[in-house]
Design a protein around this ligand. Structure first.
Ligand code: NDP
Length: 246
């Protein structure tokens, strides 16, 4: 079987790196984007040293033209995208009554507009080839809301509305579209939270600990596999029992 091309946005981040590695472990050719070349080259070298051959292309997912150029470069450097993981994301936390328009817009553009900007570039090719996997990395806070995160929760909830519509439109073309909603994962971002605040978060998690990036990556690889062909429009919550919905 020829290796598939997996494009992971924000692949240089905490969860993104684990996703890139797991998709590579499954035999895919993995590529991610970057905004800072120096940082990305250092990341690529670190992956190489760990035995992973990752491709990198420049691109800002919050910008339509940049996303188009980014995907064209993936196609010319690596090949047409078979698996897309919309993982790049940011927070700009503050209570809503203090939130600026910029804090709202930056989060919506990066987390939600990016789903249009990047997926729009790959979906026609997937439909033509009759195979594709599109995955949105949403968040527990899109499901349950979070104090100080009206912008982030709205963007993350929007990602699943996007998934379930695209899932319906593309099911007949061998394309599945799903959402993964991680709970609190022990990335640099979460580990930077003061220890006493983190302890309060952990106290709310039935499993009794933060998640590991590999536990998110494992689910991405599962949904990206051939055998997951009948799972579409699903939202997979991975949160140690922190929020249980159905
Ligand atoms: P990181 O901050 O570690 O990584 C985010 C990645 O996104 C970085 O590679 C960053 O690149 C990239 N990125 C941000 N903005 C843009 C942009 N405009 N264009 C291109 N790339 C961009 O985050 P995590 O790994 O922790 O999170 C990954 C995803 O998982 C996010 O969507 C997040 O919301 C979600 N999530 C995380 C949780 C957690 O506990 N960590 C919990 C639930 C969901 P750069 O280095 O250039 O900034």
């Amino acid at each position: 079987m020829t290796a598939r091309v997996a494009f992971v946005t924000g692949g240089t981040g905490g969860i993104g790196t684990a996703i890139c590695r797991e998709l590579a472990n499954q035999g895919n050719r993995v590529v991610t984007n970057y905004r800072n070349e120096e940082k990305a080259l250092a990341w690529q070298a670190a992956q190489k040293a760990a035995g992973f051959d990752m491709a990198i292309v420049p691109g800002d997912v919050s910008d339509v033209a940049s996303s188009a150029a980014m995907v064209r470069q993936v196609e010319s450097d690596v090949g047409a995208v078979d698996i897309l993981v919309n993982n790049a994301g940011i927070t700009r936390d503050t209570t809503f009554h203090k939130m600026s328009a910029l804090q709202w817009q930056e989060v919506m553009r990066t987390n939600l507009d990016s789903c249009f900007n990047v997926t729009r570039q790959v979906i026609e090719g997937m439909r033509a080839r009759k195979w594709g996997r599109v995955l949105q990395i949403s968040s527990i806070n899109g499901q349950k809301g979070q104090y100080g995160q009206a912008n982030y929760a709205a963007s993350k909830a929007g990602m699943h509305g996007f998934s379930i519509s695209l899932a319906q439109e593309n099911a007949k073309f061998g394309i599945t579209v799903n959402t993964i909603s991680p709970g609190y994962v022990g990335t640099d971002m979460v580990m930077a939270v003061p220890e006493e605040v983190r302890a309060k978060i952990v106290a709310q998690i039935p499993v009794g600990r933060l998640g590991d990036p590999d536990e998110i990556a494992y689910a991405v690889a599962f949904l990206a596999a051939d055998k997951a062909a009948w799972i579409t429009g699903a939202n997979l919550a991975i949160n140690g029992g922190h929020y249980m919905g159905w």
